[in-house]
Design a protein around this ligand. Structure first.
Ligand code: KG4
Ligand code: ZN
Length: 367
């Protein structure tokens, strides 16, 4: 088959994601088509340690990234010179992995004289809904409210434009995915914890244990999960070994998930009120990040959205967890605005979307 001339196709960006424990690579075009995609999880390598080990992660990205890039380029029948840009996650995340992805992108960009796009991983999550729905009036236009709940982040943001964010709330301690992972570890459920807790919770009674709902009813939109985690640990200790097997295990998971849901709904309700005051006429609520894959939380947020007159948008689970498509898409959005980066752009372990936001009291690198 003759190759289509690159002048007749919409711009294509290569996206590279290496900020945590997934190596994601994708080729996406400006018409929101995924031309090719590859995603490798490192779960098996980290599982024995109960969490992501940064050194192991960086090494695993090095081993596989070049192969994945070659694979997607071959699948899409593209040469590097056909690319409109090369996008890579430059932060926030584990610095070793970030360097692997960003340096690879820089090498391709420099060797083939292509624009480089250094992407904030959180912006990747934030803009995914526009990839899914489109960017016009029929799709999802700015501004919208974003609930970002992942393994490393738990934030409520007003998304005002590409590169323009206002943080309305953040976690004072653990991210929500981290809280799920720690709960799962205490219950002997393995890593990552979120899906395992959700599975067990389906069979359990959410009213069996009255776990605390930290921050519910308090002013502001910040989160905190450490009190809930401690209460869960104390309950497990009180129950003894029986806590680690059904039916108690299922009831504990269901009770934990119900407490989390109440916190999420309360905080999001407050943020939505603030957002609607800031942006009258806008009512879209987007949920993104790995935890958005949780069906129970989605259902609770759907109820909230119906009550509050919000338009709830949750990308499909495969686009909620880390992937290369979201980085390629963020690259396309930035490229369309001419927001390209210099080859000297650094990788950043910490990179808040809203640099003007006050550091939340007690918040660590996750804020
Ligand atoms: O967005 P993501 O893939 O990576 C980060 O950027 O952190 O999110 C991973 C997190 C993990 O903590 C995982 O336990 C959580 O998302 N997660 C879930 C579910 N699926 C993944 N949490 C709750 N319920 C789920 N079904
Ligand atoms: Zn993520």
């Amino acid at each position: 088959m003759p190759r289509v001339s690159s002048t007749h196709r919409p711009p294509v960006v290569l996206g590279i994601e290496t900020s945590c424990d997934e190596t994601g690579v994708a080729l996406v075009d400006a018409e929101r088509r995924v031309l090719a995609e590859a995603l490798r999880s490192q779960l098996e390598r980290h599982a024995p340690y109960g969490g992501v080990v940064p050194e192991i992660a960086a090494r695993a990205h090095v081993e596989i990234l070049d192969h994945l890039i070659a694979h997607v380029m071959a699948e899409a029948e593209l040469e590097f010179r056909d690319l409109a840009g090369v996008a890579a996650t430059a932060g926030p995340g584990l610095i070793g992995g970030l360097l692997v992805g960003l340096i690879t992108a820089k090498a391709i960009a420099a060797a083939h004289r292509r624009p480089l796009l250094a992407i904030n991983h959180l912006e990747g999550h934030a803009l995914t809904a526009r990839f899914v729905l489109g960017t016009g009036p029929e799709g999802l236009e700015f501004p919208y409210l974003l609930l970002l709940v992942s393994g490393g982040h738990c934030q409520l943001l007003a998304v005002q434009g590409v590169g323009r964010y206002r943080r309305l709330g953040t976690t004072l301690d653990d991210a929500l995915g981290e809280a799920f992972d720690k709960a799962a570890k205490m219950l002997g459920l393995g890593f990552p914890g979120g899906p395992a807790v959700e599975r067990a919770a389906r069979k359990g009674d959410p009213r069996r244990f009255a776990l605390p709902r930290p921050m519910v009813g308090q002013p502001g939109c910040n989160f905190s999960f450490s009190g809930l985690k401690t209460a869960l640990r104390q309950t497990i200790e009180r129950l003894g070994p029986e806590a680690l097997a059904p039916p108690l295990l299922d009831d504990l998971c269901a009770s934990f998930q119900a407490a989390v849901a109440e916190v999420l709904v309360d905080r999001t309700r407050r943020a939505a009120a603030l957002f609607c005051e800031m942006h009258p006429g806008s009512n879209a609520l987007v949920v993104a990040g790995g935890v958005a894959a949780n069906g129970y939380l989605r259902a609770c947020l759907t109820t909230l959205a119906d009550e509050a007159g919000l338009r709830l948008i949750v990308p499909p689970p495969a686009l909620c967890t880390d992937n290369g498509v979201m980085i390629a898409w963020a690259g396309l959005e930035r490229l369309a605005l001419g927001l390209t980066d210099d080859l000297a752009v650094p990788a950043r372990a910490r990179w808040p979307l809203d640099p003007a936001a006050e550091p939340a009291p007690g918040a660590g690198a996750k804020a």
